[in-house]
Design a protein around this ligand. Structure first.
Ligand code: GTP
Ligand code: MG
Length: 455
């Protein structure tokens, strides 16, 4: 319910430099007045100010030394009065401060409730609110950049622009219905306007694949026959001795993973057991794990030993990765090379071939670039930097696109303008759904419930 006052610990639970208890709502300032002792009373603050003092409990005993930010509605995160108590970042301290706040009448905030209030208060739209969760979760530079663009309203402005253009088209269609003889636009002009909008929608839809990759990163699964240096390469890329390396074939049985960032893109590396003969139960289990990982791969990093002729085991590896995108690393180049590129192509087909030495650490920069290129490869998109990253937005744009295509068809076939109006209206509503203007309450609830508490 809006109108009550909510509170939560907004910093991660655990030990940290500071912990912040955030309070929002009409009682926020009054509640803090009751537990704060300092030179300036929170109630005296008219806009944004930080006060130094102590939090005291019901018996007047000091709980912690704090800084309290007092922010007055409507220019706050939630658009309501907001007070944030910066205390020491320990579990006992933050919990105690929160308990005192709750005892004075605040209610524990639901996940995402502060941001939901910002949305309901009209400070941000739904696409921006969703971006709050994304920027908090962003694990790489590219994910952060995509989330920030959405948070700052780049997507919202684009969608709002399209919405206004469609509204004009609707106004024109309605005028044509009401005063058929008084219209100043021809069918061609209506078509031109709708096509213009459709074009922008299509370019946004086309950015979705790329947007997903930038936001989620990619999973690169390292495969190869035993002893070619998969684990060595994994360690070299991670710059850490993560996996056991030995001259004995069959060293890796399970799979291991680790994450690197290549030019801001998160790449999740998975090292697997060597693909070879299956002679016992452990090897059977290892093979099952390889196949499971292979099914999850966005990209394969296929490792060959370039110092030895290719074997039937390499061909088995090739069969495993046949369907996928791949980067081929011809390893052990420090030992000399006997395998020619044509032979590699012969069994593995497409994909960049890189000569590397995991042992000497050479060729790794080119390998990283190749992984990046292949990961982004068929997500090529020639846009202006604005990316769709969310399934919900993609679905809304699909709906808008289909409705506009139907509108154009109806126009082509000379259907009455009443029919056009219905279709354009559908497209309009789909766009408004991105901004949260027509989004039903249960959908809103679901979106905000995915946030963390305190956001
Ligand atoms: N000379 C040379 N030796 C390498 C290179 N990379 C790995 N090795 C050696 O090859 C052997 C096998 O390396 P691993 O990294 O364990 O190979 P793997 O593919 O993970 O092996 P399995 O887990 O058994 O399938 C070790 O003795 C490594 O030191 C390289 O670039 N040059
Ligand atoms: Mg290994």
């Amino acid at each position: 319910m809006r109108g009550d006052t909510i509170a939560a610990i907004s910093t991660p639970l655990g030990i940290g430099g500071i912990g912040i208890v955030r309070i929002s709502g009409p009682q926020a300032v009054g509640i803090v007045e009751g537990i704060f002792r300092g030179k300036v009373r929170p109630g005296k603050v008219r806009h944004r100010r930080m006060l130094y003092g102590h939090i005291v409990d019901g018996r007047g005993e000091e709980v912690d030394e704090v800084l309290v930010s007092v922010m007055r509605a409507p220019h706050t995160y939630t658009t309501e009065d907001v007070v944030e108590i910066n205390c020491h970042g320990g579990m006992a301290v933050t919990r105690k401060v929160l308990r005192l706040v709750l005892e004075r009448g605040a209610r524990m905030a639901q996940p995402g409730e502060f941001t939901m209030r910002a949305f309901l208060g009209g400070r941000i739209d739904l696409a921006q609110a969703e971006a709050v969760a994304d920027i908090v979760r962003a694990g790489s530079e590219r994910a952060r950049r995509a989330a920030y663009a959405q948070l700052s309203g780049a997507l919202s402005r684009r969608v709002e622009g399209l919405r206004l253009r469609l509204l004009k088209a609707v106004a024109h269609i309605e005028a044509t219905i009401d005063f058929p003889e008084g219209v100043e636009l021809s069918d061609d002009e209506v078509r031109g306007r709708l096509e213009g909008v459709l074009e922008v929608i299509e370019s946004l839809r086309a950015s979705y694949r790329r947007g997903r990759v930038e936001k989620e990163g990619v999973r690169a699964v390292i495969v190869g026959k035993p002893n070619v240096g998969k684990s060595s390469l994994m360690n070299a890329l991670l710059e850490e001795e993560r996996a056991i390396v030995s001259e004995v074939p069959g060293t890796t049985r399970d799979f291991l993973d680790g994450t690197i960032e290549i030019e801001g893109l998160q790449v999740h590396l998975v090292d697997t057991a060597g693909v070879g003969e299956v002679r016992d139960e452990i090897e059977r289990q290892a093979r099952m794990r390889i196949e499971r990982q292979a099914a999850l791969a966005d990209v394969f990093l296929v490792v060959l030993d370039g110092s030895e002729p290719l074997s039937s085991q390499d061909e088995e590896v090739a069969r495993l990765v046949r369907e996928g995108k791949k980067v081929i690393a011809v390893n052990k180049r420090d030992k000399g090379r006997v395998v020619a590129d044509e032979d590699v192509r012969g069994i593995l087909g497409k994909g960049p071939i890189l000569e590397v030495s995991a042992l000497a650490g050479s060729g790794l920069d080119d390998l990283r670039s190749a992984i990046l290129e292949v990961a982004l490869g068929d997500a090529i998109w020639e846009g202006d930097g604005l990316l769709i990253t969310k399934e919900r937005h993609k679905a809304a744009l699909d709906r808008a696109s289909e409705a506009l295509c139907r509108t154009l068809e109806a126009l082509e076939e000379g259907w009455p303008y009443e029919v056009l109006r219905v279709e354009v209206q559908e497209a309009l509503e789909a766009l408004e759904d991105i901004l949260g203007r027509t989004t039903p309450e249960d959908v809103l609830g679901r979106i905000f419930s995915e946030f963390c508490v305190g956001k």
